[in-house]
Design a protein around this ligand. Structure first.
Ligand SMILES: [Zn+2]
Length: 303
């Protein structure tokens, strides 16, 4: 995956040309990217919201780190914006979990990064779900994996990744920049929105509660969190309060569905609920998000 700086510049200028090429669907591109862009949230640290899970980034004189990669087309757009901030190569690309809207862009970013790091189950799940069929050709997997804990000294900054068991999937890790006090949570939090629940990949609601219970005491009111998804771009960053709200949502969801099951309701009957009590303002990021959550709780309680 090693390329030199000259080819970085060459590939990047090719990209600029590609955006203007008349054969390209520019309207599609504009509508995709109308809300997208790079934003600095603390000195040297920021986000990129395009399509898919929020990308995080860190730039210093010592190192460049990118967290998650979205899709090949948005990763390409990210690089065109990012190179205005730094001409250094990306030292580390970190994948928070295997889902395609966080790892498909690895395929594009591979030429710009030295190493890709992920929790070991992230790679296992990526291979299991995308390692066959038409997605197989474009899978790029982390070349460095860890079990439960990983840290790296970045000179004036230090980053640490941890994993606390099944939650959004069986392979979620979060990454803390210790001096900046910024944490990328991946999809452990969907802020103000119904979370995606991927039971075949090991999603567990009880696990999510346990996971967040372990994360919350590690941080404080000054910690800034980056979330994979939110109701709007405005809420892809936030504070520890959001983690407590997410944990309370998971508890309320299980409690509500348990009560409905006890009352003799079928899943179809439970789906008639307009919301989970106390959480009527959660946004459905896709049709059926609320019902997916109710079904996941139903299945988990019946398993
Ligand atoms: Zn996800």
């Amino acid at each position: 995956m090693g390329i030199n700086r000259r080819s970085f510049i060459r590939s990047s200028s090719f990209l600029l040309g590609a955006v203007l090429y008349p054969g390209k669907n520019i309207l599609g591109t504009i509508s995709y990217f109308s809300f997208a862009g790079i934003k600095e949230i603390r000195p040297n640290i920021g986000i990129y919201t395009g399509r898919g899970g929020t990308i995080g980034w860190f730039i210093s004189d010592d190192a460049v780190v990118v967290i998650d990669s979205q899709f090949p087309d948005t990763a390409e757009h990210f690089v065109t914006e990012f190179k205005a901030k730094t001409d250094r190569r990306i030292d580390i690309l970190f994948n928070t979990h295997h889902h395609g809207d966080h790892t498909s862009g690895n395929y594009y970013l591979k030429d710009f990064v030295n190493d890709i790091v992920a929790y070991e189950n992230c790679v296992k799940l990526q291979k299991k779900f995308y390692g066959k069929g038409d997605k197989k050709e474009k899978q790029i997997y982390a070349n460095i994996t860890f079990n439960n804990e990983w840290e790296l000294d970045l000179g004036k900054e230090k980053m640490k990744a941890l994993h606390f068991g099944n939650a959004h999937t069986a392979g979620d890790a979060f990454l803390h920049f210790q001096n900046a006090n910024v944490v990328h949570m991946g999809d452990l939090v969907f802020n103000h929105a119904y979370p995606y629940m991927d039971r075949p990949a090991g999603c567990m609601i009880t696990g999510s509660i346990n996971y967040l219970e372990k994360v919350i005491p590690l941080f404080d009111k000054d910690t800034m969190f980056i979330y994979g998804h939110a109701s709007t771009d405005e809420f892809v960053t936030g504070s520890i309060k959001d983690l407590r709200t997410m944990k309370d949502y998971f508890s309320s969801l299980l409690e509500f569905v348990a009560k409905e099951i006890k009352a003799g309701k079928s899943l179809a009957g439970i789906h008639k609920a307009e919301s989970v009590p106390g959480f009527k303002n959660l946004k459905e990021r896709w049709d059926g998000a609320k019902n997916m959550n109710l079904k996941a709780a139903f299945e988990e309680l019946n398993s």
